[in-house]
Design a protein around this ligand. Structure first.
Ligand code: NAD
Ligand code: 0WE
Length: 258
């Protein structure tokens, strides 16, 4: 008996075995869900096919979230395999690299701002709207990944923090739109983790060390721990939870001074 028996989940955002989306996929597979994956581009195709196979999935669909037609095509494709969808995982963010360094106002540009918001926030609304039809009448659940930079100014996170604030507001508005259809929408705000998206970041080590030094649990989180909370949030045990941002950060967000 798994938490997610008989549920079908679409997972957007696997790029490596360190991806948060991969931790979520493994937890959901363990809890009995059937999985499908998207991949951003051809470079990632074979890798994602391999990861999918590891969790008994042979559904892998291309999707660059900057394309409306690709987003639409995902659900047309999925419809060929499945008669419905229970879970949507959105684990995608991007800002041009030069935006994630230095002082915010000095570095932010119109284009960097727009890209960050388009890929990291709007894409959740777009995917959510497209997923809506297949989730009809099934008590569906949508989940995205945020970071504390949404609500506190963090060095170098810059315009990504502004985009995550938009994403968190998106969670509340999407929850309000989809609630009458029985669909829940939530976010996990995860502590820093060394993933592909975090690997190029100058000073990531300082973020990790800070959490290790001052968080109540005095350590960092793992993708498996994020995966476990994701499995719960998308399970029927969380049936009254929607519009919520849940921190999975070893308590870091709760302290004032260590
Ligand atoms: P990751 O690099 O493994 O995942 C990021 C994913 O975004 C990749 O799969 C990439 O293909 C995808 N992506 C980027 N642009 C895309 C586009 N145009 N179309 C489709 N896909 C696109 O890194 P991750 O750390 O697992 O990031 C996943 C999510 O978790 C992000 O939203 C990130 O902001 C969030 N998050 C990360 C951390 C951290 O410290 N790693 C902490 C909190 C939240
Ligand atoms: O959300 C993120 C990172 C998202 C991200 C990462 C990249 C790297 C490659 C978005 N866009 C890009 N663009 C690229 O070109 N995190 C929560 C991880 C992260 O990123 C930081 C952090 C932390 C933590 C950036 C600066 C400071 C801390």
């Amino acid at each position: 008996m798994g938490l997610l028996d008989n549920k079908r989940a679409l997972i957007v955002g696997v790029a490596s075995n360190r991806s948060i989306a991969w931790g979520i996929a493994q937890a959901m597979h363990r809890e009995g869900a059937e999985l499908a994956f998207t991949y951003q581009n051809d470079k990632l195709r074979e890798r994602v096919e391999k990861y999918a196979a590891e969790v008994n999935s042979n559904i892998t669909i291309p999707c660059d979230v900057s394309s409306d037609t690709e987003i639409q095509a995902v659900f047309e494709h999925l419809d060929d395999y499945w008669d419905g969808l229970d879970i949507l995982i959105h684990s995608v963010a991007f800002a041009p690299k030069e935006q994630l360094d230095g002082e915010y106002l000095e570095n932010v540009t119109r284009e960097g701002f727009l890209t960050a918001h388009e890929i990291s926030s709007y894409s959740f609304s777009a995917l959510g709207d497209s997923a809506r039809e297949m989730m009809k009448g099934r008590n569906g659940s949508m989940l995205t990944l945020s970071y504390i930079g949404a609500v506190r100014a963090m060095p170098n996170y810059n315009v990504m923090g502004v985009a995550k604030a938009s994403l968190e507001a998106n969670v509340r508005y999407m929850a309000s739109s989809l609630g009458p259809e029985g669909i829940r929408v939530n976010a996990i705000s995860a502590g820093p983790i060394r993933t592909l998206a975090a690997s190029g970041i100058k000073g990531l080590r300082d973020f990790l060390t800070q959490v290790e030094n001052v968080s109540p649990l005095r350590r960092n989180v793992t993708i498996d721990e994020v995966g476990n909370v994701a499995a719960f949030m998308c399970s029927d045990y969380a049936s009254a939870v929607t519009g919520e941002i849940t921190y999975v950060d070893c308590g870091y967000n709760s302290i004032g001074m260590a």
